[in-house]
Write a protein that binds this ligand. Structure first.
Ligand SMILES: N[C@@H](CCC(=O)N[C@@H](CS)C(=O)NCC(=O)O)C(=O)O
Length: 419
C-alpha cells in the first residue's frame, strides 16, 4: 500500500501492518529509519475500549524468526477481527460491527517502542451511536475460530456486570452459524466448560457458535449468597427469583432466555443465526437447559443435558434454592421450574418436540439423591416425549465425564440446528 521510500528499511511485518491497515507509515508519520534498523519487529497491538481511541504499539526487538511467527499470527487475528484488509485511507475500522472512521494518526517514540495511536470516530450515518453492548477482554484463536471473553452490565441482573464466553467457529467468518448455549453447574462460571468441556473442537468442525454464560449474578449483596456453594453466587438455578431479597438480581432465567440472546444477536448479527438456537448444560445447568427448553416451545431447536437435576422440587439442592428464591410456601412456582413437572404437563406439544439427549454417569455421587434422572425418564415416557437417557458406566459428575461425551452432544445439536 502506498509508496515505500528507499531510505526506510522494510521489515516484512511492517509492510503487513501497512497493508492491513491501508496506511503508508512513511517518514511523514514520524517513523525514522534508524528506529527500524532491525529487520524483525515484534508487533503488539492493543485496542483500548474507550469510544474514540485505539492504540497500536509496535515494539522493536532483536528477535528470532519464531517471534516473527507469533507477530504474524497476532496480526492476522487482529486484521480479520477489526480491519478491512487492503482498504485505503480513510481507514474503516470494523470493531464489534460498529463502523468507525479514523480521524487522526499520531506516533510517538519511547525507548525502543513506537506508539502509533489511531483516533477514530463513529462513521457518519452509522447505525449505532451507542457503545458496544460487550467489552471484549480477550480474543483467543482456537480450532480455527475465536473464543471471545465478553462482559457487560446486565439490566436483568440488576445492573451488575456479568461475564461470558462466546466461541465463533471459522464458518462464522463467512456467514451466520447456529448457536448452542451451554449452561454450567453449581460453583462454575462461563469458563469451566470453555476451558475443559471439549465442546470447541467439535463445534468448530460442525460450524456451531457456543455461548457460555455465568451461573448467577455476582456481587448482588443478597443475604447468605456467599455462605454455601449450592445457593447464591454460582447457584442462580436459571430462575427469576420472587423473594424480596433476591428478586432484583437473581434473574438468570430472563437473562439467559431474553437479555443475553438479544444483545448477542444484535452485536454479532453477521455471525449468529437467531433462528437456530440449541441449549445444553450440566447438573444445575442441565436443569436450566431442560426447563428453559420445556418452558419455551419452539425457542430452542435442540436440547441435551449432562447429569441434569431433573426434579429439583424433590431434591435438597432444588428445595434449598427454590425456598430461598421463591419462598418455602410458593410451591406452584417451584413446579414451573422443574423439568419432570413441566414434561408431565406438556399435553399436545409433547409429540412435536425434538429428541432430548441426556447422559448420566453411574459413578456420579450426586446421581442417587440430587439428580433423580429416572423420575424424568419415566415422566418423558408417559408424556410421549422422545428422550434418549444414556447411563454411562463408571463415569462421575466431573468435566472428565462431560468432555468424553461433548462431541456426541454437539453432533446431536448439529443434526437439528443444521437441518
Ligand atoms: N464444590 C462441590 C462440588 C460442586 C460440583 O461438583 N460442581 C460441578 C457442577 S454441579 C462442577 O462442574 N464443578 C466445577 C468443575 O468441576 O470444574 C463439592 O465440593 O462437592
Amino acid at each position: 500500500m502506498g509508496s515505500v521510500t528507499q531510505a526506510r528499511p522494510e521489515p516484512p511485518v511492517l509492510s503487513m501492518v501497512e497493508q492491513a491497515l491501508g496506511i503508508d507509515f512513511g517518514p511523514a508519520l514520524g517513523f525514522h529509519p534508524e528506529n527500524l534498523r532491525k529487520p524483525v519487529l515484534r508487533i503488539h497491538i492493543q485496542l483500548s475500549r474507550c469510544a474514540c481511541r485505539a492504540t497500536i504499539i509496535i515494539f522493536r526487538v532483536t528477535d528470532s524468526a519464531t517471534e516473527l511467527g507469533i507477530a504474524e499470527e497476532w496480526l492476522t487475528t487482529f486484521c480479520e477481527a477489526t480491519y478491512t484488509v487492503g482498504s485505503s485511507t480513510p481507514i474503516t475500522h470494523h470493531h464489534h460491527h460498529l463502523q468507525r472512521q479514523v480521524t487522526a494518526l499520531s506516533i510517538q517514540q519511547a525507548l525502543n517502542c513506537l506508539f502509533l495511536t489511531v483516533h477514530y470516530a463513529e462513521k457518519q450515518g452509522s447505525s449505532s451511536g451507542t457503545m458496544p453492548a460487550f467489552e471484549i477482554a480477550q480474543t483467543i484463536r482456537t480450532f480455527g475460530g475465536k473464543l471471545l471473553k465478553l462482559s457487560h452490565k446486565s439490566a436483568e441482573l440488576g445492573g451488575l456486570e456479568t461475564k461470558l464466553n462466546l466461541y465463533l467457529p471459522p464458518q462464522a467468518e463467512k456467514g451466520k452459524v447456529p448457536v448452542l448455549f451451554y449452561l454450567s453447574g453449581l460453583t462454575c462460571t462461563g469458563d469451566n466448560c470453555a476451558e475443559k468441556g471439549n465442546f470447541i473442537n467439535p463445534a468448530s468442525k460442525e460450524g456451531l457458535a457456543l455461548v457460555f454464560p455465568d451461573t448467577s449474578p455476582r456481587g448482588a449483596g443478597a443475604p447468605n449468597e456467599e455462605d454455601s456453594w449450592d445457593f447464591g453466587t454460582g447457584a442462580g438455578f436459571y430462575i427469576d427469583a420472587t423473594s424480596d431479597a433476591y428478586a432484583k438480581h437473581y434473574r438468570m432465567y430472563s437473562y439467559v432466555t431474553k437479555e443475553l440472546p438479544e444483545l448477542l444477536f444484535k452485536e454479532f448479527g453477521k455471525e449468529l443465526d437467531e433462528s437456530k438456537v440449541g441449549i445444553t448444560g450440566h447438573s444445575m445447568g442441565g436443569h436450566g437447559a431442560l426447563t428453559l427448553f420445556l418452558r419455551n416451545p419452539g425457542k430452542y431447536k435442540s436440547v441435551s443435558a449432562f447429569s441434569p437435576i431433573v426434579n429439583p422440587i424433590n431434591c435438597q439442592w432444588g428445595q434449598k434454592a427454590f425456598s430461598g428464591y421463591f419462598g418455602a410456601e410458593n410451591k406452584s412456582k417451584w413446579s414451573e421450574h422443574d423439568a419432570t413437572e413441566l414434561i408431565s404437563s406438556l399435553g399436545d406439544k409433547a409429540a412435536s418436540l425434538p429428541e432430548i439427549l441426556i447422559d448420566q454417569g453411574l459413578a456420579d455421587n450426586f446421581y442417587p439423591d440430587q439428580l433423580l434422572t429416572k423420575n424424568f425418564e419415566k415422566a418423558a415416557k408417559e408424556a410421549g416425549v422422545k428422550a434418549n437417557v444414556r447411563y454411562q458406566d463408571g463415569y462421575d459428575h466431573s468435566y472428565f465425564f462431560i468432555s468424553t461425551f461433548a462431541e456426541e452432544h454437539v453432533k446431536h445439536h448439529a443434526k437439528y440446528l443444521k437441518a
